[in-house]
Design a protein around this ligand. Structure first.
Ligand code: HPA
Ligand code: ZN
Length: 354
């Protein structure tokens, strides 16, 4: 854990340090990387008419006050994604940008039901994404995995059918998650789907969004009833010391997204994120839907550092956490942690031995 024995040389530029820091991105929705420029290009390629005609007009619609108002803009934008090529281009654009932000490994959420519900075949979605991932490994040296998210405002039956549809592609999917509108859609709605996913060998994560009605009960369900391996967001766990202790003991990672938090709530929740870090929770920093919230992963590290007054050593600790909370094999995770330590040492930043 970060403490006062860590040194941060005054000469370090935190933004440069954050960009160069090797890190894993664990909370990134591929559909949330659809930048307006690509949206226009795909619309033109697919002969789709958009209501907006300039990038500024698109950005003017990004006027979110909460999760629901964000999702109301997010899903309609996806109709420009039609062919396997479109899904490839979306993921490839993201992976190139991620490489420039110091991402060396990414576990990427995708929402197949946002496409199959429009008539796009599952095979086209995952085929396009997979091609970009293979290419990124080869051309960028970035490793990536897919995490299939079920949309919680659709039925448990549709989620189960989607899981069945995904089974032939098991080798391309490391885990399953749960996203979309949490109101009235508790984790318990999907207990059977997640039990089946676990039995099929998938790792499990679920969104417990910030300040939702029933947040702490939802967090309890994912920990005690579902048995997740990770929690997405989840900072409301601070309301229950007992759950904080369970998550700490089990080493369950929390994938926090400070810039996103500042769009769907009134603030980044920096105090909560830092409090959890100081209590020994595997907190990680991620970008969620960067095309909409305007911050890729290094930007999130910097935004949090500025808001909470964090030093370079704490940023390095967050990068260590990103590999320890990842779904890499223990050997690969340990090798990446060594890279973080080497990078920190090169910059004169001391991290305590773990
Ligand atoms: N929460 C719920 N659903 C989402 C999110 C999120 O942070 N991002 C994209 N879909
Ligand atoms: Zn998310």
């Amino acid at each position: 854990m970060p403490d006062s024995t860590m040194t941060t040389p005054n000469s370090i530029d935190l933004a440069d340090f954050a960009v160069g820091l090797p890190k894993a991105e664990l909370h990134l929705h591929l559909e949330g990387t659809l930048e307006p420029e690509l949206k226009f290009a795909l619309a033109a390629r697919n002969g789709i008419q958009l209501p907006e005609s300039t990038v500024d007009e698109v950005r003017a619609t990004y006027d979110f006050t909460d999760l629901t108002s964000f999702l109301a803009v997010y899903y309609p934008a996806m109709r420009v994604l039609v062919t396997p090529e479109d899904f490839h281009d979306l993921a490839w654009d993201y992976l190139q940008r991620a490489a420039t932000q110091g991402v060396v490994h990414a576990e990427l959420f995708f929402d197949p039901q946002a496409h199959t519900s429009r008539g796009v075949p599952f095979a086209d979605v995952i085929g396009g994404y997979r091609r970009a991932i293979v290419r990124a490994e080869k051309e960028l040296g970035v490793s990536a995995e897919l995490v299939l998210c079920f949309l919680r405002d659709f039925s448990a039956e549709y989620a189960m059918a989607t899981l069945m549809e995904a089974l032939p592609y098991k080798q391309w999917i490391v885990g399953v998650g749960l996203d979309s509108d949490e109101r009235g859609n508790p984790p318990a709605k999907f207990t059977d789907v997640f039990a089946r996913a676990r039995a099929e060998g998938f790792l499990l994560t679920m969104h417990c969004d910030i300040d939702q009605p029933g947040s702490i009960e939802h967090i309890r369900q994912v920990i005690e009833d579902i048995g997740v391996d990770r929690i997405d967001h989840g900072t409301n766990i601070l309301e229950d010391d007992r759950l904080v202790e369970i998550v700490r003991e089990r080493g369950i990672g929390l994938t926090c997204c400070p810039v996103s938090n500042s769009f769907v709530t009134a603030q980044m929740k920096a105090d909560e994120i830092v409090a959890l870090l100081r209590r020994g929770i595997r907190v990680t920093i991620n970008s969620d839907d960067p095309a909409y919230f305007g911050g890729y992963v290094a930007d999130n590290y910097v935004a949090l550092a500025r808001e909470a007054g964090l030093d370079a050593a704490t940023l390095a600790q967050l990068a260590v956490n990103s590999f320890e909370a990842s779904w890499l094999t223990p050997g690969r995770a340990a090798a990446y942690v060594e890279r973080v330590r080497g990078y920190a040492a090169q910059h004169g930043v001391d991290l305590p031995a773990s």
